[in-house]
Write a protein that binds this ligand. Sequence first.
Ligand code: CA2
Length: 149
Amino acid sequence: MAAPVILVLNGSNLNMLGVRQPEIYGRTTLSDIETACRERAAALGLEIEFRQSNHEGELVTWIQQARDNADGIVINAGAYTHTSLAILDALKVAELPVIEVHISNIHAREEFRHHSYISAAATGIIVGLGPQGYLLALDALANILKSKK
Ligand code: CA2
């Protein structure tokens, strides 16, 4: 049987990880996170599509496509987390298990980061655990998909 496919989606500015603001986001680059996700996915028997975009509409299109092409979504929407009804609607329409990830603890930061539009469509949320959050999200999806069988 084919391995379940997980779309790992990264939104605005996450391509800058490890390049700027290491005091908040650390020195790990998005490419490092992709490598770690690929290793964890292989160990869990998952296939991943790892993507980043700075464009809200592109993220929406990828989520729409995931409805037919994927079995689960890991999403760190970057600042779109706090603004995007369009991404929330797309996630609801996708009808897939969704794990929302944030590298930093958004609740310990500025007030405007405390609210996430995405959370209303999330099965679970992982915040503040650094890049490890992506790996924990893959673990969680592997368990969710196993229990669905
Ligand atoms: O903690 C997270 O993972 C965030 O989703 C990261 C977003 C931020 O807007 C959210 O509130 C929390 C920012 C993405 C990365 O932005 C960078 C900007 C400059 C340098 C490095 C990263």
